[in-house]
Design a protein around this ligand. Structure first.
Ligand SMILES: [Mn+2]
Length: 385
């Protein structure tokens, strides 16, 4: 359902006549993307549970928090919930301490808004422990995952949105809630989600609308540069030491088309790093100039975890990962090889070599002057590969 084009009819349906100072960069078309039924449900709700997925990241947290604060601004009661405690990484987000890990037992909710959840089960164990609540109270489902099965009473699923926070920014515009609500808490939270899911506007999921949304958030005071630094360019010293060890062992062959390195259990004990600190190393390996396949082989106690990145126009990373039952996207994937590190390395390198050998070199595959346009990739944040 889209809002009526006629301004008077739009106004009577509850939409602002024009974005005005609330969201000055958004177009009428941007606001028309917000289903009328979503706006109506949120306008009439009095006691709202906003809930995001377990193991949260910034888009999940930012969308659930910003919407809760905006609903409070309108006089409703709202509880932002995430089944897991908020990771300390997100301490910089104002009002992040508002999150609960359970619904507030003192509140008789009349609406549940599920945000950034590709399926309802993503809300985590809270679904099982509050099954009666989730069965009785209407659910508004706001998400940008293409595979979302539309589990809500009202569903707004927009795979063209870079982030659920992009959608919530549109929603606030449609509801006429200023982005400066809550000091900067709303704008900061929404910007964190945009930065997270676009890798600071670097992924191909960024559209002109994403940038209009971002413009309004910056205009409302959201600290884009600081948010990007904290989410993507800040690491514990021991993590940098871990990167150094792994990058120092970089190897390449086939004129640099295949690059790889290993991360051993000894690397972790020697640096004091935890396994999660390996996040990001594969993306540095993938920066190798001639690399078409980048591999990171991570030693586990009895098996080996591999992360794979491939260049645009190069081999399909998901196909390679699929040899060991893994998966992901064409450019980023991962798998677990049921072998110790040395044997897994030999097997994975062999498969990668054969994949590259089956292909002619990129330089002769396409005339340099007449490259066809690249297909649009269905991209969002990369999988935890
Ligand atoms: Mn998201």
């Amino acid at each position: 359902m889209t809002p009526p084009a006629d301004p008077a009819a739009r106004a009577s349906a509850g939409y602002p006549a024009h974005p005005g100072p609330v969201s000055p960069s958004l177009t009428a078309e941007d606001l028309a993307a917000v289903p009328v039924e979503v706006v109506e449900r949120l306008r009439s709700a009095r006691r709202v549970l906003t809930i995001c997925h377990e193991n949260p990241e910034a888009d999940a947290l930012g969308s659930a928090l910003a919407l809760a604060l905006a609903l409070e601004e309108r006089g409703a009661t709202a509880t932002p919930v995430c089944a897991d405690p908020v990771p300390v990484l997100y301490d910089f987000m104002p009002a992040i301490d508002r999150f609960w890990t359970e619904p507030d037992p003192a509140v008789d909710y009349d609406l549940i808004v599920v945000l950034d959840c590709g399926e309802l089960e993503r809300v985590g164990p809270v679904l099982a422990t509050h099954r009666e609540l989730f069965g009785r109270v209407p659910i508004v489902n706001i998400d940008h995952h293409k595979s979302n099965p539309r589990f809500g009473a009202v569903n707004w699923v927009d795979p063209a949105a870079s982030a659920t926070c992009e959608m919530v920014t549109l929603l606030l515009g449609a509801m006429g809630v200023p982005l400066v609500t809550g000091g900067r808490a709303v704008a900061d939270a929404l910007m964190a989600g945009l930065v997270m899911d676009t890798a600071t506007f670097q992924h191909p999921n960024v559209t002109p609308r994403t940038l209009r949304v971002a413009a309004d958030l910056v205009g409302a005071g959201a600290p884009l540069s600081t948010t990007s630094r904290l989410l993507y360019r800040t690491k514990p010293d021991v993590q940098l030491k871990l990167f150094g060890r792994v990058l120092g062992r970089l190897e390449s062959e086939l004129d640099g088309r295949l690059v790889w390195s290993t991360l051993t259990l000894d690397d972790l004990s020697a640096t004091g790093a935890v396994p999660a600190y390996s996040e990001g190393i594969i993306d540095l390996l993938a920066q190798a100039k001639a690399g078409e396949i980048a591999l990171l082989l991570k030693e586990q106690p009895s098996e080996t975890r591999i992360s794979i990145r491939t260049r645009d126009g190069g081999p399909d990373a998901a196909v390679l990962a699929g040899r060991w039952g893994g998966g992901g996207h064409a450019r980023a994937s991962g798998a677990t090889v049921p072998l110790p590190l040395a044997e897994a390395t030999a097997e994975v390198l062999d498969a990668a070599r054969r994949m590259l050998a089956a292909d002619v070199p990129v330089a002769t595959r396409e005339p340099a002057t007449a490259q066809p346009p690249r297909p649009q990739r269905a991209a969002s944040a990369e999988p935890a590969a």
